[in-house]
Design a protein around this ligand. Structure first.
Ligand code: DC
Length: 212
């Protein structure tokens, strides 16, 4: 069984996807890390994230160990990842990795939860369950701001809100696999929900569809 969890940055989809995987005993893949790793490796090699020849070559060589880099959550890497993610060559190179994980989850797990932007629309259009997790830009920016402060990064709220809106616009407007709910996705707004309530709401959606 494949569960696709898509949505914009800081909507709570990662927390929800991880919790769903733990509850159901499924494998979990944060697909944003793939794009972040391509961006981080490109920057570390002194190349520009908009140099598509360089980024595609990096994407083709990507290994699971690259997903363990400790700089993947940095803001600069996130911004570069958003540029890299708009490139068709990079997306095509990462497609196989994601589909293999979904169809043959590691450690013999009986299902997989993948979170990202295009899991329900492009990577796994036949996923049994599709959730589109969202929240207002202000709530998401507030969450992101607290996360960055907790990590010791220096920033101010208006800057975080501005970056988030720019990243949303780029993710939604790109020609290849833009961020949007699949036609058959259930939309879950977490603006007023904490992580436990979001998990409960997601489980209710799965139960209503007879999936667990
Ligand atoms: O979820 P995140 O912030 O870690 O994702 C980093 C970037 O990668 C973000 O700009 C969106 C992009 N992304 C994507 O285009 N498709 C995915 N399946 C996952 C992430």
């Amino acid at each position: 069984m494949i569960i696709a969890v898509d949505g914009p940055v800081a909507a709570g989809k990662g927390t929800l996807a991880r919790a769903l995987a733990a509850k159901l005993g499924f494998a979990y893949l944060d697909t944003g890390l793939l794009y972040r790793a391509v961006a981080a490796l490109t920057l570390a090699a002194g190349q520009a994230p908009d140099d598509e020849t360089a980024t595609e070559a990096v994407a083709r060589r990507l290994s699971p160990a690259d997903l363990e880099r400790d700089d993947l959550r940095q803001e600069a890497v996130g911004q570069a990842a958003s540029k890299v993610a708009a490139q068709g060559g990079v997306r095509a190179a990462l497609l196989d990795f994601q589909r293999r994980f979904a169809q043959e989850p590691p450690a013999g797990a009986k299902g997989a939860v993948l979170d990202g932007r295009d899991i329900g629309t492009v990577v796994c259009p036949d996923a049994e369950a599709k959730l589109f997790v969202t929240a207002s830009p202000e709530v998401r920016a507030e969450r992101r701001y607290r996360e960055l402060l907790a990590r010791g990064e220096e920033t101010i709220y208006p800057r975080v809100l501005q970056d988030l809106k720019e990243r949303d616009a780029r993710d939604q407007a790109r020609a290849v696999a833009p961020l949007k709910p699949a036609d058959d996705a259930a939309v879950l707004d977490t603006s007023e929900l904490d992580s436990d309530a979001a998990l409960q709401a997601a489980m209710q959606i799965l139960q209503a569809r007879g999936l667990c």
